[in-house]
Design a protein around this ligand. Structure first.
Ligand code: GAP
Length: 509
């Protein structure tokens, strides 16, 4: 297979061609950071959400769901800290015109002939910066840098590593940005809030200001007391929510990976502070295993514990579940120990008592919260990238042809079985339709009678359909049909009446 970039381009093209993902409002030129899901994409997305809800809510005694409004009282976002602090400090480069998150700029400082120089690169953490410095080839990126700086970069001088945000304004004026060879082209960091604003009611003034939620989590925290009061749940227990979230991302990129409108699947799991470490470890592993169970290979998936300088101020621990996308290894889901930060904040801002009283121990306390927080769109993109494969299959004349196939896990495949008549005559369409009608009452099925049967197989391979059934002449002799396996491409004959049972048994549905 070609380069990773090439692979990504093929995945994007397939997703468009086969109706998984379209650019949002495409006929008007699209809108950066917004995507639409087509007929196959929406089924895949629904299957991911259903699998999450089934595994994390329906089949657990200790988790229940809510579905809160997207627009909430703006005080919620004051309490949560989003109004004051949900944004990135941004820095512009006046030379390259690139924009960076200031907290992602790592700087190497060296004194040469009594003069201080600061060289910056982009990294997600200090460890990441260390790795990047080691691989860094200054000559390639910065051909025009003064010789003495190049000599320093080649390891001839001692240096000090620091973060851009920790520099004084004077020092910042001496920084060489990541994509320039000039000194002092980075602006001072400016705070940018990522929340989309709107107005509730007829007046468009500050009293009517509201926000599109940037996370589903707060809809859970504000309902924590309602759920406790109306259910028989006792701590430890969790509340789950699936739904849209909106962030005015500065730099939407990597296809749907960083979008401005996306869906989250979040659980806030309330537990006794003394048990928080235990529940954190449990959820951290359970969520990792969930992705593996649905087909993400563990060698492309990793659990990365946050370094101290990455942790949010209220989080005691956090781990990212990361996937090796063709464009790089990036976060699918975060699992965090948020302590009692959110309940404490809402208690203070709302004036409502958020404590929990344990009938058995007679103890009153504010629960700690473990939060597994994943993105549906990112999960979908990872499952799509993992499923994408190219191999060879013989065409009608037995000649090998390139085949594109999506090897989805059966639970996720948008269509579970496709049914074809070999030709559009001799009663085959009627028989095939009858099998299809029976299947679709129980699972996602598809009927196709157009074109050569080989092409129909290919189309289903591209959609990720695990089984294709064909009614042919022999069906009318011995009552059998062929059933073809997407992955092995092997065909076997089974009784026409046992198609549904066969598919269910082999897909464990
Ligand atoms: N309540 C915690 C929270 O929202 P987060 O790390 O900001 O944490 C959680 O977001 C998950 O939501 C991420 O792991 C990712 O899967 C998804 N997500 C966040 N921002 C996103 C974006 N701009 N586009 C797509 N998914 C996003």
């Amino acid at each position: 297979m070609a380069t990773e970039q090439d692979r990504m381009e093929r995945i994007v093209a397939l997703a468009k061609r086969r109706g998984f993902i379209f650019p949002g409002s495409e006929i008007y030129g699209g809108l950066n950071g917004f995507w639409d899901y087509g007929p196959l994409g929406v089924e895949l997305k629904r299957n991911i959400k259903d699998a999450w809800w089934h595994d994390c809510v329906t089949t657990r005694d200790d988790v229940v769901g809510v579905d809160a409004a997207i627009i909430m009282n703006p005080r919620v976002w004051e309490a949560s800290g989003h109004v004051a602090g949900f944004g990135d400090p941004l820095v512009d480069c006046t030379d390259s015109k690139n924009r960076y998150r200031a907290d992602h700029l790592y700087v190497r400082n060296v004194e040469i002939d009594g003069e201080d120089f600061f060289i910056a690169l982009v990294a997600s953490s200090s460890n990441d910066a260390d790795e990047k410095w080691q691989k860094w080839k200054p000559g390639l990126i910065r051909g025009k840098l003064p010789k003495r700086i190049l000599r320093f970069l080649e390891g001839l001088y001692d240096y000090k590593d620091c973060r851009y945000l920790d520099l004084t304004a004077e020092q910042r004026a001496r920084v060489i940005g990541p994509d320039t060879d000039r000194i002092g082209t980075l602006t001072e960091p400016r705070q940018f809030n990522l929340m989309f604003k709107t107005f509730v009611g007829a007046m468009e003034d500050s009293s009517a200001l509201a926000y599109l939620r940037p996370e589903t989590a707060q809809g859970i925290f504000v309902n924590y007391k309602n759920v406790l009061d109306t259910s028989r749940l006792k701590v430890p227990f969790g509340i789950a929510q699936l739904g849209k979230a909106f962030r005015n991302e500065i730099n939407p990129r990597n296809y749907t990976f960083r979008s401005r409108e996306f869906e989250q699947m979040e659980i806030e799991f309330f537990c006794h502070p003394k048990e928080a470490d235990k529940w954190y470890a449990t959820w951290r592993q359970a969520r990792f295993d969930w992705y593996v169970g649905l087909g993400l290979k563990s060698d492309r998936l990793r659990l990365r514990d946050h370094e101290k300088d990455e942790l949010a101020h209220y989080a005691k621990a956090c781990a990212d579940i990361e996937y090796a996308f063709p464009f790089g290894t990036s976060e699918l889901e975060g699992v965090a120990n948020r302590t009692d930060f959110d309940l404490k904040q809402h208690q203070e801002f709302s004036g409502r008592d958020m404590t929990y009283f344990d009938d058995e121990t007679k103890e009153r306390f504010l629960p700690y919260v473990i939060e597994p927080s994943g993105g549906v769109d990112r999960a979908l993109l990872a499952f799509l990238c993992e499923a994408y494969d190219e191999d060879e299959a013989p065409d009608e004349n037995g000649k090998p042809q390139k085949r594109t196939v999506l090897r989805f896990h059966p639970r996720l495949a948008p269509i579970k079985v496709a049914v074809f008549p070999l030709v559009k005559k001799d009663g085959m369409p009627e028989k095939a339709r009858a099998i299809y009608e029976e299947c679709r009452r129980h699972l996602a099925a598809f009927y196709d009678e157009k074109g050569a049967v080989g092409r129909r197989y290919r189309r289903q391979d591209e959609a990720g359909t695990p089984f294709c059934v064909t009614v042919d002449g022999q069906t009318f002799e011995d009552g059998t049909v062929t059933i073809r396996d997407r992955d092995t491409m092997k065909q076997e004959r089974i009784g026409a009446e046992s198609v549904l049972g066969y598919v269910r048994e082999h897909l464990h549905l």
